[in-house]
Ligand binder design. Sequence first.
Ligand SMILES: NC(=O)c1ccc[n+]([C@@H]2O[C@H](COP(=O)([O-])OP(=O)(O)OC[C@H]3O[C@@H](n4cnc5c(N)ncnc54)[C@H](O)[C@@H]3O)[C@@H](O)[C@H]2O)c1
Length: 237
Amino acid sequence: MGRAAALLFAAEGAAIAAVDINEAAAVDTAQRVTSQGGRALGIRADVSKSADVKQMFARTVTEFGRLDIVYNNAAIIEEKTQLEDFDDDDFDRVIAVNLRGVYLGMKYALPHLIAAGGGAIINTGSIAGFTSFRGSPAYTAAKAGVVALTKVAGLQWGKHKIRVNAICPGPVFTPMAEGIHRRMTGRELRPTTRMPMSASGRMAMPEEVARVALFLASEDSSYINATPITVDGGWGV
Ligand SMILES: NC(=O)c1ccc[n+]([C@@H]2O[C@H](COP(=O)([O-])OP(=O)(O)OC[C@H]3O[C@@H](n4cnc5c(N)ncnc54)[C@H](O)[C@@H]3O)[C@@H](O)[C@H]2O)c1
């Protein structure tokens, strides 16, 4: 999903810092952006570590001169499904990446966004945060937390001309969704796999989420702040 957004934002003229704990993935996204004529930097960072997050923003500002938009989108999901089977570390790691990562991605972006005169932060929640997926206790808790944190940050930072919103996707055809589907059904996920829980009957493609992120990053959404937006084809959350 992050890569699709990077390519769309770059096509709209943004310079991109593609960040991932998987350096090869970050560099690959950056190369795809430059090969379509954009400006990009691939950065390895673990979003759960404050030192990594500080350095990713510092490198971005050194390279491009300013920071206008932050898309806090990285996340993981646990493999264990039952709360009682969790080791404490299993729980902590999901919260560290999915919730603390968003907190750090906002906190250390703030001085740079203020220096730029304002900006937009987009966090990624999930419909799991509203509907409580019964097989993903830590993920669900973290995503509910992302929505809460988004609202508070948006209310606190409106005075800096910074809008903070969250996209809460339903099922989207990505490697994360492929992994979950394989674990749950033993079968391969395809873009055409039916999703009966969504009124649309299907998954989203990452580009459909990227267009919402672009809207939230742009002045087209100038009066939307502190708001979670579901992108789920109609799930009824
Ligand atoms: N795919 C879905 O159906 C779906 C549904 C709802 C919400 N989401 C959310 O959308 C976002 C994007 O998910 P996706 O489906 O593209 O997942 P993905 O697994 O395909 O991509 C997530 C990326 O995050 C990176 N990452 C993991 N841990 C990291 C860390 N500690 N630091 C930096 N990078 C790290 C991974 O290397 C990977 O490239 C996530 O927040 C996810 O929870 C996904």
